[in-house]
Write a protein that binds this ligand. Structure first.
Ligand code: BTN
Length: 254
């Protein structure tokens, strides 16, 4: 197993923690150290996007990558796309290895990984301001390996349910290899390269989607992403709007 990422990222491994993202924030605030990966077998205050709870039972991957010190604040949101590409590749590789290549693995804006339209992984990007120019970035990643919340049985899935029998260590290893790969592509070749790769895996691109943002709901065509990774939707009157946050629903059967 290639573990070269361990020369760049120090691994902190917990049995149980409130949230690996919260731990990363605490560490970033107290001591500027090397880049870290914080892994926990379970979390009792796992956090999802938009203040939602992230169920964190034993068996899945709960990890936060803490990138310390050097990140210009303006580029932070682009990192969500970097992470989404990495997680997409992990899930896709594992499905292919298990001969489950007929399943479509896609990224749903902003950062859900879907297998046949069911969510298998999510990403929560957070930051801690260190000084006027730099922030520490926390890329929190949850990948469902052996379980997913039963309340979302029709809309969520896990690797085991998709025919992939694998260990957390294997998933973490693949994740870090791929995160480092896309992080280097982003640094060396820039955002456009990442954006184009992301768009090639996007669910609903060029199709009608519903976006719910704050109290508004709009139906329109998903056209593009802007330089901050925000989604561009054209409504039926031809007006193009950009959304920073929101929940995209795909109109199935298109
Ligand atoms: C989402 O809502 O889709 C994002 C979910 C992110 C969950 C991960 S699990 C590891 C890290 N720690 C947290 O508390 N949340 C993220």
């Amino acid at each position: 197993m290639n573990q070269s990422w361990k020369t760049k990222y120090r691994l902190l491994d917990y049995d149980i923690i409130d949230s690996t993202n919260s731990e990363a924030i605490r560490i970033a605030k107290t001591r500027p150290i090397d880049d870290l990966v914080i892994l926990a077998k379970s979390q009792n205050k796992g956090r999802g996007r938009d203040g939602k709870y992230w169920q964190s039972d034993i068996g899945n991957l709960y990890a936060s990558i803490l990138l310390n010190n050097y990140m210009p604040s303006s580029n932070q949101s682009q990192l969500t796309l970097v992470a989404a590409l990495a997680v997409h590749e992990v899930v896709n590789e594992l499905l292919l290895e298990a001969n489950n290549s007929q399943k479509a693995t896609l990224i749903k804006w902003p950062n859900d990984i879907l297998v046949d339209n069911k969510k298998i992984a999510g990403i929560l990007l957070e930051s801690v301001i260190l000084n006027s120019k730099n922030s520490a970035i926390i890329v929190g990643i949850g990948i469902n390996i052996t379980n997913h919340p039963s309340i979302t049985a029709r809309t969520a899935t896990d690797l085991l349910a998709e025919g992939v029998d694998c260990k957390i260590e294997q998933v973490l290893n693949l994740l870090m290899i791929n995160f480092d790969k896309y992080f280097c592509i982003w640094k060396d070749y820039g955002y456009l390269n990442i954006k184009n790769q992301w768009l090639s895996k996007a669910a609903g691109l060029g199709k009608s989607v519903i976006i719910k943002s704050n109290d508004n709901e709009l139906v329109g065509t998903f056209e593009d992403l802007d330089d901050e990774g925000n989604i561009k939707i054209r409504d039926n009157e031809g007006k193009l709007s950009t959304y920073l946050t929101g929940e995209v629903s795909l109109m199935l059967g298109q």
